[in-house]
Design a protein. Structure first.
Length: 393
């Protein structure tokens, strides 16, 4: 019984890490000056938008059109598509939409991270201030490039845009939009305010000087998380740029979403296993950053968090483990942060009533996510990349 109680306490401690990190960040605000205002420049930096695509004929045209519609001098950015082992019309449609297209055929090293690494070797990235990686199922807002360009010293920076949802047409996608706002609209803004790195995802902007120094070395199933861990361990700052907004297509069903979320969960766990110790012993980052990056890599999202809390709390109280009520209080207390952030994100949603009603299916979603999390264990390691099914253009 004591062993079970200790295990429950360890789980509670892990679940409380994000809360502890955010509380430390709030305290640090009093001692860290506000960052300087974004600069206004007459010379817009040149940007390379790199779009890795595998059989994306359904969505590639809308993605490229979105990039060409940005309010940014047309001669100051380039859109390059990497048609990776495609068997459809992706390359043809990319060129027809006005993008430069590189065609890659390498069945021995398939997948997005290898496609990116190959493309970076083919392109003259030194001609640009930054390389922005955009998934083929995404759209961007018209201010996307201009928001990135306002960051001083862009060629030495790593930036992360605001990830939003393109298709808010059912309960699953509306919940995804709210939970994305929890991260990009609230948590990541706090991290950037106190100079804590934000995780990387679609829409990351890599300064070309940073790329020259550190290269592209992320090849796991969770390449975004791996790059985040690699750069953080080396002390490279990663900041959020909320004005640069990207709209990704979210899975509309449990079946469609399972592949994607299983890959994300396995990727994050793999990165934690490979880089956890390096992050802890790194001399290039402080204690606050170490705590936060471990909190991010150990976290599995609000739904899994809620499911774990429910299960362990019930078991703890049912078995009357030593310190059961204290443990239950700690476990339930760990839900305060995601609950507060979710309520705040719903309040800021363009359609708050619909967003709130979408959470009526949250209990079912929790059970499904726990199942996905469990089956993700078989993908740990260097599992081949798996493409998520697309819906519509």
């Amino acid at each position: 019984m004591i062993v079970l109680s200790v295990l429950a306490a360890l789980v509670a401690a892990v679940l409380l890490l994000p809360t502890l990190s955010d509380l430390i960040s709030l305290l640090r605000i009093a001692f860290i000056p506000r960052p300087a205002r974004a600069r206004t420049t007459h010379q817009q930096p040149r940007l390379l938008f790199l779009v890795p695509a595998h059989n994306e004929a359904l969505l590639i045209t809308s993605c490229i059109r979105s990039l060409h519609d940005m309010q940014y001098a047309r001669d100051r950015f380039t859109v390059a598509v990497v048609a990776d082992n495609c068997t459809d019309r992706t390359a043809e449609l990319a060129r027809a939409a006005g993008a430069r297209c590189l065609e890659r055929a390498d069945l021995s090293h398939p997948g997005k991270p290898h496609a990116i690494a190959w493309a970076l070797e083919q392109l003259s990235i030194g001609d640009y201030a930054a390389v922005v990686i955009i998934d083929a199922d995404c759209l961007v807002n018209r201010e996307f490039a201009a928001s990135l360009a306002r960051v001083d010293g862009l060629n030495t920076k790593v930036l992360q845009c605001y990830n939003d949802v393109r298709n808010r047409d059912n309960a699953l996608t509306r919940m995804a939009a709210v939970l994305s706002a929890v991260n990009h609209g609230i948590a990541y803004r706090l991290k950037s305010r106190v100079r804590i790195n934000v995780p990387l995802s679609a829409g990351m902007a890599l300064g070309t000087e940073t790329l020259r120094t550190h290269g592209w070395k992320a090849f796991s199933i969770g390449e975004d998380w791996e790059l985040y861990a690699l750069l953080t361990e080396q002390g490279v700052p990663i900041r959020s740029v909320p004005g640069a907004r990207l709209y990704a297509e979210e899975a509309r069903s449990f079946v469609q979403g399972a592949v994607q979320r299983r890959r994300w969960a396995a990727g994050k766990a793999t990165v934690l296993y490979r880089y956890g110790r390096k992050l802890l012993v790194s001399r290039k980052i402080g204690v606050a950053q170490k705590l936060d990056v471990l909190a991010e890599l150990l976290s599995n999202g609000p739904a899994v968090h809620a499911g774990i809390v429910a299960l362990i709390t019930v078991v703890t109280l049912a078995l009357a483990l030593p310190g059961a009520h204290v443990l239950a209080t700690l476990l339930l207390g760990s839900l305060a942060r995601p609950a507060i952030y979710t309520v705040a994100a719903i309040a800021q949603d363009p359609q708050p009533v619909r967003a709130m009603l979408a959470f009526g299916s949250f209990p079912v979603y929790v059970v499904w996510r726990l199942g996905v999390q469990t089956t993700a264990l078989k993908l740990l390691g260097d599992t081949p990349w798996i493409r998520t099914t697309r819906n519509s253009a």
